[in-house]
Design a protein around this ligand. Sequence first.
Ligand SMILES: [Zn+2]
Length: 155
Amino acid sequence: MPALATTHSLNDYLKLPISRYREQLRQGNAQSIEVSYTHRSKPYQYSIQLTKTSCNYGGNRYWWLCPKCYQRTSTLYCAGLYVCRHCIGANYGSQLQQPIDRIYSNLNALRERLGWQVGIIHGIGERPKGMHHSTYERLLVEYEQLTNKLIRTFY
Ligand SMILES: [Zn+2]
């Protein structure tokens, strides 16, 4: 039985509460907020859509629309992109992933390392310039093992 002791909790993710933009939102009729940050040394810059509801006591309350599922939420969590807690659970908490999803994400991580377009549908690519032959061979073997694992989950 795999141990569940390392299960991720939402506290492991960087939070982005809408309240952080309260001052900015008070000024006008914002439809989105532009965010820019670096996550695991990758730069991100994009807009997150907003929606608002009116409060009983007047004024509006703003919400994020999750960039992945477009659900309304007051807090987003950083998984590369900022997404809602449901999307974190469904796609990003690796402990919560089904084995097959885990194989896919390992395959894609490997593809990224090889500089191949992500998605196994694109097949095997070339050895990246500057990568040592022995490294490339080793990664190819790893890739093949993962692909076999994937095939085994289907049969
Ligand atoms: Zn979501």
